[in-house]
Each structure stands twice: as structure tokens, then as C-alpha cells.
Design a protein around this ligand. Structure first.
Ligand code: PL3
Ligand code: FE2
Ligand code: FE2
Length: 238
């Protein structure tokens, strides 16, 4: 007869157990998630180089961030190889296309506020949330790589945060507008990835929670008040 005690043991076991990294289901989901992460790191590399072109006196600093992204990309490529998974890159390119298009447009318009919001705040907060949740359920090889990557992502988030904070007087309206246009894209990306993430034992609500923590902390640090932050976060619901 199942007693309360045995039920508790079962739940505890489930929480502590890792996925079967060699199952077809895991590898199939990983082929898309791994591609998304590789593509995201590759685009981040390009995006920091682009931002560097718009701020000549900070170009070297931004190049250094771009170099880190290239290293992340190589690390995650190795994670896929280690599991014997071929990353589905066409899927990932399509996944990023709307956000990438918005970044490209902002770059052409030399709109640094939008460039920083998209890359350094939204994409980095998305990456930080995903990597935190992934670390808890990753294979040992990928866990070590992701732990090192996530430390760098905080540096990137901080970099954008500091620029937006220093320019808040002139960029606040643009920031709110760019957020309204791009936060819904992040929400829809999260919706699209949720099923595959759950095959990796990554929980959607946990991802959302981690994202909101990184995102809201960052807006607070930039100098927005709690009403403004609440308004900005609500843009995800439309
Ligand atoms: C910029 O430094 C990084 C950009 C990468 C963005 C990736 C978002 C990842 C969402 C997918 C969730 C699963 C994460 C699993 C990690 C292997
Ligand atoms: Fe990165
Ligand atoms: Fe980054």
C-alpha cells in the first residue's frame, strides 16, 4: 500500500534524478535547443561587434564581449558533439529571425538604446534564465561549460545596464518603446521552446521566473521605478 512516506521518497527521487541523456527523446529536443543556444551566441557575437561600430571609443570593450560570445558558441557546440547530437541550425535561425530583424533595423537607425535593450538586457536575461535552469539538469560535461558561460552573461547584462543607466535621461522613452516591441518576442520564443525544454527536464515556469528576476533587477539597476518596471513587464502579456 502506498504510504505517505513512500510517496515522499518517490517525489524526492524524481527531483534529484537527471534525464536520460542518451534517449531519442532527449537527443531530438537537444538538437533544437542546442542549435538555439549556438545561434544565440553567434548572433550575440555579431551584435556586440555591431554596437562597437556605433561607439568608437568603446569599440575595444565591445570586441572583448564579442570574443567571449564566440567562446560560448564553441563551448555549446562541444556540448552537442559530446552527446552525439547534430544541431538543427536552420530551425534556430528561424527561431531568432524576428528579434534579429529588429536588432538589424535598430543598428541601421543607429538606435543604441534599442540595440542594448535587445542584446544586453532581453537576450542576456533570457540566456541567464535558461542557463540557470539548465545547470540543474545538465550532463556533467555541459554543466561545467554552462557554469562558466553564465558568469560571463552577467558581465554582458551589466555592460548594457550601465550604458542605459548613464543615458537614461535621454533614452527612457525609446527604452519603453523598444521594450514594448521586443519583450513579446521573447515571450513567444519561450513559448516555442517550452516543449523541448521540458524534454530536458527544464520547467517553463521556472524559466519565466528566472527571466523575470534578471530582467526586473536590471531595470531597477538602470533607474526605473517599480511602476515603470511593472508596466514594462506587462508588455509580455500582449
Ligand atoms: C548571449 O550571450 C547568449 C544568447 C543565447 C540565448 C539562448 C536562449 C536559450 C533558450 C533555450 C532554453 C534552453 C537552454 C539550454 C542550454 C543548453
Ligand atoms: Fe554568451
Ligand atoms: Fe552574452
Amino acid at each position: 500500500m502506498p504510504t505517505l512516506e513512500s510517496k515522499e521518497v518517490a517525489v524526492a527521487n524524481d527531483l534529484n534524478s537527471l534525464p536520460d541523456f542518451s534517449s531519442d527523446k532527449y537527443k531530438d529536443a537537444y538538437s533544437r535547443i542546442n542549435a538555439i543556444v549556438i545561434e544565440g551566441e553567434k548572433e550575440a557575437h555579431g551584435n556586440y561587434l555591431a554596437i562597437g561600430e556605433l561607439i568608437p571609443d568603446k569599440q575595444q570593450e565591445l570586441k572583448n564581449l564579442a570574443v567571449m560570445e564566440m567562446r560560448h558558441m564553441k563551448g555549446f557546440t562541444a556540448c552537442g558533439k559530446n552527446l552525439g547530437v547534430k544541431a538543427d541550425m536552420p530551425f534556430a535561425e528561424e527561431f531568432f529571425a524576428p528579434l534579429h530583424g529588429n536588432f538589424q533595423k535598430a543598428f541601421k537607425d543607429e538606435n543604441l538604446t534599442t540595440c542594448f535593450l535587445i542584446q544586453a538586457i532581453l537576450i542576456e536575461a533570457f540566456a541567464i534564465s535558461a542557463y540557470h535552469v539548465y545547470i540543474r539538469v545538465a550532463d556533467p560535461f555541459a554543466k561545467k561549460i554552462t557554469e562558466n558561460v553564465v558568469k560571463d552573461e552577467y558581465l554582458h547584462l551589466n555592460y548594457g545596464q550601465e550604458w542605459l543607466k548613464a543615458n537614461l535621461d535621454t533614452c527612457k522613452e525609446d527604452l519603453i518603446k523598444a521594450n514594448r516591441e521586443n519583450l513579446p518576442l521573447i515571450k513567444s520564443m519561450l513559448d516555442q521552446v517550452a516543449d523541448d525544454a521540458s524534454s530536458l527536464q527544464m520547467d517553463k515556469e521556472e524559466l519565466m521566473e528566472e527571466f523575470m528576476i534578471a530582467y526586473q533587477d536590471s531595470l531597477l539597476e538602470i533607474g526605473l521605478d517599480s511602476r515603470e518596471i511593472a508596466r514594462m513587464a506587462l508588455a509580455a502579456l500582449v
